[in-house]
Design a protein around this ligand. Structure first.
Ligand code: SF4
Length: 158
């Protein structure tokens, strides 16, 4: 089953997406994950209201002028494409047309709109992901910059 985390992982590393699809979880106490949790808790503590969509957590759900919006809080804009598709997936599941990615450290708010094009791209991406995660063999590890902060680093490279 595809989840928001698998979508985000796939755009960074197909191997990571495959591992997550088997419910394999890497080392959770890396500094990278801890920092992400801390930023999320400190910067939006008054607004924070996590909701769970299909096993994934959305940081904030807010009602503004009668419209629901979903907000994801990120550590940096370095992997913004994967963050955008993860949020689009939650928006699609929750039938919400507007979301935001907030990056407190960079003082950025990135708007995400569920247009027809965005929906089409999301559905194509989900088809690609299904194809990879339904394979019996895990994709080969390929060294990339992200590996050093990935929770599977030890598994892939030791
Ligand atoms: S350590 Fe690198 S190759 Fe292994 S799952 Fe993570 S990103 Fe992919």
């Amino acid at each position: 089953m595809i989840t928001g985390s698998i979508i985000q992982a796939y755009l960074i590393c197909k191997r990571q997406a495959w591992l997550l699809s088997r419910q394999l979880v890497g080392e959770q106490d890396s500094d990278f994950l801890a920092i992400g949790r801390l930023i999320s808790q400190e910067s939006y503590s008054r607004d924070k209201k996590e909701i769970t969509i299909n096993g994934g957590k959305v940081d904030i759900i807010r009602l503004e002028n009668g419209e629901i919006k979903l907000v994801e809080v990120k550590k940096s804009s370095r992997m913004i494409k994967s963050a955008k598709f993860q949020l689009l997936y939650y928006m699609w599941k929750a039938n919400v047309d507007y979301g935001e990615i907030r990056i407190p450290k960079e003082k950025k708010v990135i708007e995400v709109h569920m247009t027809d094009d965005a929906r089409g791209e999301l559905l194509n991406l989900m088809n690609e992901i299904e194809d990879i995660i339904n394979r019996d063999k895990v994709p080969k590890a390929e060294r990339k910059k992200y590996c050093k902060t990935c929770s599977f680093e030890y598994f892939c490279w030791s």
